[in-house]
Design a protein around this ligand. Structure first.
Ligand code: FAD
Ligand code: 2HG
Ligand code: ZN
Length: 489
């Protein structure tokens, strides 16, 4: 991971002094002010970004966060709000010596209303725990993603995470009905509502959804949760071309209609990485060998509904029809819960598997569906021409450039897997990738955010007017710029 030369540190920010630490202790207690062994808080999930914070604060209440922020704002101490630290754009760790405010200790469910599906909880509840709680009440959290065992629902809201269920349940901009947050000056903004309809003025909570810790700390989330589907099933398919991936998606929307709950795709390269990581036979492998079959594309379709026989029959007959007409070359359907989980692993593990050789450059983009996969091909060509990657194993810096993602949302994950982080590779990729996305009027950040990685590139997706409006808002709510500096814009 990289640390940044202190010459780039903003000298307007104060450095943490002993008296600051004493104050923090008086608010959150001695045990919740950490000053040793801070690597886990300073380094991000990819081990790509590393800060040098000397202090981590772990408040237990919204009131404590309010007092901490008021003090930091008055003393010009910069802070980084941190959730589960699973973000993929370097936004959750300090760049220099910013104070980390971890919300890990704020992890209580506040309430759940079975009639409406309204769930209210502290922002530090782990996503998987929230979903587990809801499962006991026959409900489901409307967001799911590979990092569910570590990420917090507050972090999810702060990044406006998309994930694997967006196709069915929509974005957090729709399902989050209220928030509690603390502004940099310590003001507590309480809108923990359960109202589906509320047209009294600007919808302020939306400002925090996707704000990546730049205008305040989210402390509570109020979210509408759907009834948990009683039957879930998964099909895993092999396809001969990207055109057929699109054709299959079109047919799935038509034929599976109300039970379709996820449509994910992976190219062969991404399955090779998953195979090296999972070390098990591929679902479409004819025998038990670890070889990934030769199909260039794979698709995972999930159906979820309320009547198993009906849903299974729909999936089976869909599969029969797409295999008969040649849209799909091969496929399997999960026979039980454990097989269903295994099939999902071949999709969910790609993100982690892509780091297996040393490092990864991750691009998370929205593109018009017909153009989505061309980006991977264009980038492979670019890396080949620059002699950074080759088909043969010649020890070049790039091992492979792989593509996978949420077809249903027009969201491609392009992962350039490298042996080590390398300036030549980075220069070949940036701004090249962003230029390609701009040409198609896509988004350079579909769901992971801007963080530290993309702060210099926002103009590829936002106009000067939009950028100015974002800057105006930031300045209004955080005039001292203490919230997650050096990130976002
Ligand atoms: P952190 O990583 O701690 O923080 C992320 C950002 O939010 C930082 O800028 C931080 O300052 C800010 N922040 C955190 N908490 C708060 C708060 N309470 N108030 C204000 N700001 C806060 N993302 C997707 O969209 N879809 C996916 O499918 C997906 N899959 C993933 C799979 C893996 C294996 C991994 C590692 C990540 C994945 N992600 C995905 C990235 C995603 O952004 C995060 O997993 C998650 O949403 C971040 O939550 P967190 O609690 O870890 O936040
Ligand atoms: C996913 O969909 C995540 O698996 C992570 O958004 C993507 O690591 C990535 O690039
Ligand atoms: Zn994703």
């Amino acid at each position: 991971s990289t640390t940044y030369p202190n010459t780039h540190r903003n000298p307007d920010f104060a450095k943490v002094s002993n008296s600051d630490v004493l104050f923090f202790r008086s608010i959150v207690g001695d045990n919740q002010v950490l000053t040793d062994d801070l690597d886990a808080y300073n380094e991000d999930w990819m081990r790509k970004y590393k800060g040098q914070s000397k202090v981590v604060l772990k408040p237990k209440t919204t009131e404590q966060i309010s007092q901490l922020l008021r003090y930091c704002n008055q003393h010009k101490l910069a802070v980084v709000p941190q959730g589960g630290n699973t973000g993929l754009v370097g936004g959750s760790v300090p760049v220099f010596d910013e104070i980390v405010i971890s919300i890990a200790n704020m992890n209580k469910v506040r309430s759940f209303d079975e009639a409406s599906g309204m769930f209210k909880a502290d922002a530090g509840v782990i996503l998987e725990n929230a979903d587990g709680y809801l499962a006991e009440h026959d409900h489901i959290f409307p967001l799911d993603l590979g990092a569910k065992g570590s990420c917090f629902i507050g972090g999810n809201v702060a990044t406006n995470a998309g994930g694997l269920r967006l196709l069915r349940y929509g974005s957090l901009h729709g399902s989050v009905l209220g928030l509690e947050a603390v502004l940099p000056d310590g003001t507590i903004y309480d809108s923990m509502h359960s109202l589906r309809k509320d047209n009294t003025g600007y919808d302020l909570k939306q400002l925090f959804i996707g704000s990546e810790g730049t205008i305040g700390i989210i402390t509570g989330v109020s979210i509408l949760c759907p009834a948990r589907p009683k039957s879930v099933n998964v099909a895993f398919l092999g396809l001969e071309s990207y055109e057929q991936v699109q054709e299959t998606f079109k047919k799935a929307r038509n034929e599976l209609c109300e039970v379709l709950s996820a449509f994910e795709f992976m190219d062969r390269g991404s399955q090779v990485f998953a195979s090296r990581f999972l070390k098990m036979a591929h679902p479409l492998s004819p025998d038990d060998e670890n070889e990934v079959p030769e199909y260039p594309f794979y698709v995972l379709i999930e159906v979820a509904g309320s009547k198993k026989e009906h849903d299974d029959e729909k999936l089976e007959s869909f599969l029969e029809s797409v295999m008969e007409d040649g849209t799909v070359a091969d496929g399997v359907v999960s026979q039980d819960e454990s097989q269903l989980r295994t099939l999902w692993k071949w999709r969910e593990s790609v993100s982690e598997a892509s780091t297996i050789d040393g490092g990864v450059y991750k691009y998370d983009v929205s593109l018009p569906l017909p153009k989505m996969y061309s980006l991977v091909e264009t980038v492979r060509k670019q890396l080949g021409e620059r002699q950074l990657m080759s088909q043969e194993d010649t020890g070049m810096p790039v091992v492979d450039a792989i593509g996978y993602g949420h077809v249903g949302d027009g969201n491609l994950h392009l992962n350039v897997c490298v042996r080590e982080y390398n300036k030549k590779v980075e220069t070949a990729l940036e701004p090249f990738v962003y230029e390609q996305v701009q040409k198609e009027r896509g988004s350079i950040s579909a769901e992971h955010g801007l963080g530290f990685q993309k702060k210099h590139y926002i103009q590829y997706s936002k106009s000067p007017v939009e950028i100015q409006m974002i800057k105006d808002l930031k300045k209004h709510y955080d005039p001292n710029g203490i919230m997650n500096p050096y990130k976002y814009i």
